[in-house]
Design a protein around this ligand. Structure first.
Ligand SMILES: [Fe+2]
Length: 387
């Protein structure tokens, strides 16, 4: 933390958490509101959407549904949802689903609240003012989108992810963390989203923009995810594990929305866009690789990460303890079935120079504790292939 610098901390909206907390949704919505519920077909068919709309129906709250969100939502889906919002004179959005649905809800809220090309917000344009109220009901434990002012959408023509940074306006006004909504989560999704959340926690903890506040949040998140991810992947219906994973992911989101992320995210976005890897899988691939690369800049922090992940580092030198953090993450990811090599994932690099350029230009690279060169990023991209 730089004591010569002024920091601004954006705080989350209201949090309602615990089993069946979604039943309190109507209590948090004005009686005359007209929500647009934004979700995907999977959630729509799973029974989860019915739980949410049942609460709205029970309270007599008129609402509309858009269930056309896809992973890494393309801008076309956002435009369609915005048209539904306008046609039905909706007044707020409720994102129900994984990070894509909640990010989709944020982008729709932004599109219906301010004129102009939404992609400009990914190039540094500030969100000019308040947007339609955003409520978030996550059905995965990972992205932390319920607490951040960031929305990631995709331009499928240019094959680029657009990261819309809109804090404080895009931070959800209210989030519901109900572990009962996670019971039928596929283990693979539980693992990948958990890998994303651990990446948020680790990258924000070592970020050049961290503060004592974000470091405390991030370390708590690392502890919770390290303690509960295995149990959660093994059985997403384990309510204790699910609830603690939700809280760990929330804390990680709170931390990174203020301290930022780092090189893992800079590398994960182009890999995800070009090779259609999920964001969590791409982050999990590079987290241990980048941790190893970063250690020399802040070994004390990596030693604390090792301890938070449950490694016994007593009596070790700081450097040895720091290296244990990499081993702890590799062990955790192996245990939950996350692929750690490109060979396992079955993709080959053809676009390396372009992906290096995209990673170097990405905003999170500026917060990474070690300043990378093109050649180093090129090496890091290839490292998982030879492990
Ligand atoms: Fe992420």
């Amino acid at each position: 933390m730089d004591l010569q610098r002024v920091y601004i901390q954006n705080n989350p909206g209201k949090l309602v958490f615990g089993p069946r907390s979604v039943n309190q949704l109507a209590d948090e919505i004005p009686a005359d509101a007209v929500p647009l519920v934004i979700t995907d077909r999977g959630i729509s068919q799973s029974g989860i959407l019915k739980r949410v709309t049942g609460v709205l129906d029970g309270a007599g709250i008129r609402h509309h549904i858009f269930h056309g969100i896809e992973p890494d939502p393309p801008i076309g889906a956002i435009e369609k949802a915005a048209a539904v919002y306008r046609k039905n004179r909706c007044t707020m959005v409720i994102g129900v689903g994984g990070g894509s649905s909640i990010d989709g809800a944020k982008s729709v809220s932004l599109m219906v609240s301010h004129r102009g090309d939404i992609s400009e917000y990914s190039r540094g344009k500030a969100v000019p003012g308040p947007v339609a109220p955003i409520y978030a009901i996550p059905t995965t434990a990972g992205t932390g989108s319920e607490v951040t002012g960031v929305s990631v959408i995709t331009d499928p023509v240019k094959k680029v992810k657009m990261v819309l940074r809109g804090a404080p306006h895009l931070i959800p006004k209210c989030a519901f963390l109900d572990p009962e909504l996670l019971v039928s989560l596929p283990p693979r999704v539980a693992a990948e989203t958990g890998g994303d959340a651990l990446t948020h926690a680790v990258e924000s903890y070592v970020s050049q923009n961290s503060t004592v506040v974000t470091e405390g949040l991030a370390l708590s998140a690392i502890t919770l995810i390290g303690r509960y991810l295995r149990r959660f992947v093994g059985n997403p219906a384990d309510m204790e594990a699910a609830e603690h994973m939700q809280l760990g992911c929330y804390l990680a989101g709170f931390a990174f929305s203020n301290a930022g992320v780092g090189l893992v995210h800079s590398m994960a976005h182009p890999v995800g866009a070009h090779y259609h890897l999920s964001h969590g899988a791409a982050c999990s691939l590079y987290l241990p690789v980048v941790m190893e690369y970063n250690i020399l800049t802040c070994p004390e922090k990596y030693a604390s990460i090792a301890a938070a992940l449950g490694e016994d580092v007593s009596g070790m030198t700081t450097r040895c303890a720091a290296k244990m953090s990499v081993k702890a993450v590799r062990d955790l990811f192996t245990d939950v079935g996350l692929a750690l090599t490109f060979r396992e994932l079955g993709v080959k690099f053809k676009l390396l120079p372009r992906m290096v350029a995209e990673a170097m230009a990405a905003v999170p690279t500026q917060a990474n504790p070690r300043r990378p060169s093109d050649a180093e990023v090129s090496n890091l991209f290839n490292t998982p292939m030879v492990k």
